[in-house]
Design a protein around this ligand. Structure first.
Ligand SMILES: [Zn+2]
Length: 147
């Protein structure tokens, strides 16, 4: 907890820290939504190629699933080597990986759109494999008084 607190701003928290993780999720989600919308306006000053939107659509048709979790919801092609670092690779299919919105931010950009993850393919494979091998348990809900 102490380490986590050091990353907070100096402003006094408006509310006490939630006690259980599910409630904490609701504090995180608005920030994530804000960061997702920021992606739409960020360009790092580099103009997009006229071929990008066509390639983006073709890529998602060919590779519709998030490389981390497998969902098809809202997926986008992510540049492994960032567009603003190497514009020459913008339209290079070998530089793309499909990510869903939350994993684009988390695995592709390490929770900051101004950053990137050089190991995005490795990390995506790691999590996809881990998710595929996750433990499964039959969950039996209480049925009330035994009959
Ligand atoms: Zn995903």
């Amino acid at each position: 907890m102490a380490e986590h607190d050091q990353n907070q701003s100096n402003e006094a928290p408006e509310k006490p820290e939630p006690e259980n993780p599910p409630e904490r999720m609701f504090y995180v989600m608005p920030d994530m939504a804000q960061m997702l919308s920021e992606e739409l306006v960020r360009s790092f000053g580099q103009p997009r190629s006229s071929g990008w939107s066509k390639l983006r659509d073709e890529w998602i048709k060919d590779y519709p699933q998030c490389a981390v979790c497998g969902t098809k919801n809202g997926c986008v092609p992510h540049h492994v080597e960032p567009f603003h670092v190497n514009p020459a690779l913008e339209l290079d299919r070998n530089n793309l990986i499909t990510l869903c919105p939350p994993h684009h931010l988390l695995i592709g950009h390490l929770m900051n759109w101004a950053s990137y993850n050089s190991y995005v393919r490795h990390d995506a494979n790691y999590w996809l494999s881990k998710i595929a091998r996750r433990p499964q348990h039959d969950i039996r809900l209480p049925e009330g008084p035994s009959s």
